[in-house]
Design a protein around this ligand. Structure first.
Ligand code: GTP
Ligand code: MG
Length: 260
């Protein structure tokens, strides 16, 4: 793209994305991620008054089931007729420098009907270093996503302990995903990330110890400043607790609207 045409081409892509053109949105995200075009994309997006769908962040340690839950959420809301956008942040492999696309595949596979999966858009983003929960240009990527008119946008962070707190700044609603665990020093106590959650989900409730973890998290929340944060149990493996989870997201969004 010649520099003189940059702004014009980006404006065309934004227009096409607004009309629901997925390939235009994809291209916009790619440009927003490239050093050569980043400044022009930023300028163009800043001039635009975008409608703002709620951004829902899923965070939690590696392997707790964030992508699996995201697949269920995306599928559910898409089945209800909504357009769902997903930014999944993958750790970049220090060996190959390439992003892992496993998350993307898992999310898409969860969509039940072809019509519903057509309403789901997934983009995997690699984080610059394995230690970062979100890529540095996440704000710009979200702005680009907002051109499309999604009903909801989900962001999955890389499970990076302390770094997970970064999601609080970009998401309207933060879902902290945990799994049953034993031992005195629990991962969420260590990282101190319980405070950032609007909803806590204990996933893998089919594994032993979920009731104990639920009781401990609830106690911790009640002792702190967030007694009203819902704590739920889900099992993707057994397809349990998911309806409550969808309802909790809707409730959190309803109270967000009241606050806005
Ligand atoms: N037993 C059990 N396994 C589950 C459940 N949910 C997910 N898993 C499995 O846990 C593994 C990790 O799931 P993911 O959804 O990739 O977890 P993640 O948090 O996205 O992982 P990262 O993105 O690598 O941090 C997969 O093998 C899933 O099949 C569950 O409810 N019960
Ligand atoms: Mg994942």
């Amino acid at each position: 793209m010649a520099p003189s045409n940059q702004h014009h081409d980006i404006a065309v892509l934004m227009q096409r994305s607004t009309q629901g053109d997925r390939s235009a949105l994809s291209r916009l995200l790619t440009l927003a991620n490239s050093a050569d075009h980043l400044a022009a994309v930023k300028e163009s997006l800043e001039q635009r008054h975008a409608c703002s769908p709620p951004v829902i962040g899923l965070t939690g340690s590696a392997g707790v089931g964030k992508s699996s839950l995201l697949g269920a959420l995306a599928s559910h809301f898409a089945e209800c007729g909504e357009r769902v956008g997903i930014l999944a942040c993958d750790p970049e492999s220090p060996m190959t420098g390439g992003a892992l696309l496993g998350d993307r595949i898992r999310i898409l596979r969860a969509a039940t009907s072809p019509e519903a999966s057509e309403r789901i858009f997934v983009r995997s983003l690699s984080t610059a270093s394995g230690q970062q929960a979100l890529p540095p240009n996440i704000d710009l990527m979200l702005q680009a996503m907002k051109t499309f008119g999604f009903d909801r946008i989900f962001v999955e962070t890389v499970g990076a302990g302390q770094g997970d707190i970064a999601i609080r700044r970009v998401a309207d609603i933060v879902v902290l995903v945990l799994q049953p665990q034993a031992g005195d020093e629990l991962q969420w106590q260590k990282a101190g990330i319980l405070e950032i959650a609007d909803i806590v989900v204990i996933n893998k409730a089919d594994l032993p110890g979920s009731d104990r973890t639920l009781a401990e998290v609830t106690e911790q929340l009640h002792a702190g400043r967030a007694p009203s944060v819902p704590v739920l149990k889900t099992s993707i493996a057994r397809n349990e607790g998911l309806d409550e989870f969808y309802r909790a997201i809707d409730l959190a969004q309803a109270s967000l609207k009241l606050r806005r």
